[in-house]
Design a protein around this ligand. Sequence first.
Ligand SMILES: *Cc1c(COP(=O)(O)O)cnc(C)c1O
Ligand SMILES: [Zn+2]
Length: 412
Amino acid sequence: MSAFTYRCSQCGAEFAADEATYTCPKCGGNLDVILDYEALKPKAEALFAAPPDEASLWRYLPLLPVGDPHGEGTPLRRAGWTPVYTLPAIRESLSMPNFWLKDESPNPTASFKDRASAIVVARAREIGAEVVITASTGNAGAALAGMAAAVGQKAVILAPKSAPQAKIAQLLVFGARVVLVDGTYDDAFDMTVAAAEKYGWYCRNTGYNPFTAEGKKTAAFEIYEQVIRPNGLAKLNVFIPVGDGNIISGVYKGFWDLQQVGLIENLPRLFGVQAIGSAAIANAWKRGTDEIEPVSAHTLADSISVDLPRDGFRALRAVRNTGGAYITVPDEEILKAIADLGRTGVFAEPAAATAFAGLKAALKDGLISPDEPTLVLSTGSGLKDVAAAMKAVHAAPVVPPDVEELAKVLGE
Ligand SMILES: *Cc1c(COP(=O)(O)O)cnc(C)c1O
Ligand SMILES: [Zn+2]
């Protein structure tokens, strides 16, 4: 564990670790966790010089603001260290010799959110919180429920009742107390904040709890170890799906940490990809302002369907400070991306496939050229939303049990 302070991303005010819990006490902005980078330099060098001793994000404990939560022999230990693929078929079809895809579906609850929830559970245990609570469109709750179950931590999850069935099933199976709200995610968000205050519970909410981005930053550490360093890259484009903007803010924070300890010179260019129907952050980017206006979100990519992004300010900063861009894609392109990735053996949920759809759009618009080193972050498993996956493919023919009929449909 590393000692830390907080700095407000919006007003710049600084706080000691015990002076804040969630957002900035002065202005309500999201807090960045600031480590003691000078003291960390030799530790970081030693950490990254050694081969991974554990295929897990806990490898990065010296650069995390939490202590070791243990949980050996449980799924908590397995969060992070997801694979990176080159996908030769995609390299060939896009003429991109330096393409990579990082697949987050092997996480214990099958999405990127395990990274954040693992760290929040560690923090909850450290501060002796009896209960952790979160509002979630699905994955964040599933991740918190799963990571909490792994170590016997009590969890309460509020989700909109419209969340995909697979995600609700995960919440229930992991034994969390689940309440479905007959309202929006934003309603659930406000209710969890109030409940946490009333009962003294610890709230994980995205874009509210500063530790979620600290968990998500571990993906940047892995990208450094799996792609940047072994290939000697000075530059890298990273495509990230964006809803609330906490993943892109967390990945930015990870690269920023690496820069502070002197391990990388340049920050990779971050490209945020939103669905056209849920593009509050991309809209602000296009207008050239930090004023984010809420939208009435409608996209089949439920994990990035957000009216009022909770981490929009930092999500804009991440792209601006790295020379990246925001890109929007229609739902049809998201479905096509599911099929494209599926044919390479990667099953992505709609939000996850959005990053790949964004890459194709960026190539088409000339935002990047095909020879540039580029990584797509595929954030969650297609099994999370089977109904959406079925829209990306043709239905299978049904035949009577007869080989002649089989020959007919196979066209042999
Ligand atoms: C939550 C989520 C996102 C978006 O992350 P934000 O922090 O809301 O921008 C993307 N993909 C998947 C699979 C998610 O669960
Ligand atoms: Zn502030």
